[in-house]
Design a protein around this ligand. Structure first.
Ligand code: FAD
Length: 321
């Protein structure tokens, strides 16, 4: 059994922000993360053809706290501006360098994080929480904590926290959409198309982005994101069928048609909880005893900045107790 003051489930942007803030005050904070690395949906898939940012594409900032984080990352060479041909906003767009996953890696430095560790269940033990885990798909150690935070997508938090406290039934209000993401590399440059194309209402693809147009990337690589409605309809689709539909849509939406060459590399990834459709509309959720909490982008909005805001707001609340 491993004991800690504050246990955070999930080392995405919300969990990392929270843990960083709380650690500065000397709290004993431990993060449990089911993946091999930090960052959550700010993610980069490595391949022989370079890295693919198959989750979030770029970051924008409106709040002072997130702007400070972006400035810090930028000064340390972990972040760079992205100005794709086809950029449709006047706001600066920031990307991790050399990949989006660099952001989580930088933020995770000096934090206590157990990777490959999935929380499978939580039970109350007196005033504390006993947390059961799997480590690399085998039964892992138990953790005991006085305060517990689920910094994970709302539907997953609902499953873990509702049996412990009825306050978390409110998570049912939150709606999140899936997203099929495709990663393609080509041997030659695709002439005549911009770096960024947004889909229209009825299109299969909501986004076609030249991944290699971001700073510090090489080759000719693309990311395709299927639209929420299409992703939902094909959420259980076979990989080959999804690939075929997505490349056909790329042919159509780029107007390259039959002149689009066969990709040298083609993989797909399904994000089950990708984008927030209905947020909670409050910065975090907690129980009346202030011992159990949930935070994440879905509290506020479907953007990385919202995850940061949520983690920051919960840290301030816990520090005020
Ligand atoms: C396809 C796609 C495109 C996007 N595009 C953009 C964009 O261009 N700009 C933008 O600002 N935002 C974008 N976003 C949204 C952005 O990625 C999120 O808002 C942000 O990363 C959410 O951070 P989070 O910490 O709330 O959640 P997450 O990043 O989901 O972090 C949750 C973490 O919890 C872990 N976890 C879950 N369950 C368990 C468990 N039981 N035990 C242990 N660990 C667990 C997960 O592995 C994950 O690391 C996009 C997202 C996707 C998927």
């Amino acid at each position: 059994m491993i004991e800690t003051d504050i246990l955070v489930i999930g080392a995405g942007l919300a969990g990392l922000t929270l843990a960083r803030e709380l650690s500065t005050l000397g709290n004993k904070v431990l993060l449990l993360e089911k993946s091999k690395s930090p960052g959550g949906r700010l993610s980069t898939r490595r391949s022989d053809f370079g890295g693919f940012d198959h989750g979030a594409q770029y970051l924008t900032s409106r709040t002072a706290g997130f702007t400070a984080l972006l400035n810090d990352l930028s000064q340390n060479g972990k972040l760079a501006p992205w100005n794709p041909d086809g950029k449709d906003s006047a706001r600066p767009w920031w990307v991790g360098k050399p990949g989006m996953s660099e952001i989580g890696q930088a933020m995770a430095r000096d934090l206590g994080i157990q990777y490959d560790t999935r929380v499978t269940g939580i039970v109350k033990q007196g005033q504390k929480f006993l947390v059961h885990t799997d480590y690399r798909s085998e039964p892992g150690p138990d953790y005991l904590t006085s305060r517990l935070v689920a910094a994970i997508p709302a539907p997953q938090a609902l499953e873990l926290l509702t049996p412990l406290d009825p306050a978390f039934v409110r998570l049912k209000k939150v709606a999140m959409a899936p997203c099929w993401s495709a990663m393609l590399a080509f041997d030659t440059r695709l002439a005549g198309i911009p770096d960024l194309i947004r889909g229209q209402q009825a299109d299969v693809l909501s986004l076609i982005a030249r991944n290699s147009s971001k700073p510090a990337r090489t080759g000719e690589t693309f990311i395709l994101h299927a639209a929420p409605q299409w992703s939902r309809e094909h959420v259980e689709g076979e990989h080959e069928a999804v690939k075929s539909a997505m490349i056909n849509a790329m042919r159509e939406q780029t107007r390259l048609g039959g002149s689009l060459p066969d990709p040298a590399h083609f993989a797909v990834h399904r994000w089950l909880y990708a984008l927030v459709e209905t947020p909670l509309d409050q910065p975090f959720l907690g129980n009346p005893e202030n011992t159990l909490f949930a935070c994440g982008d879905w509290c506020i909005d479907g953007r990385a900045e919202a995850a940061h805001q949520s983690g920051e707001a919960l840290a301030r609340h816990i520090m005020s107790l």
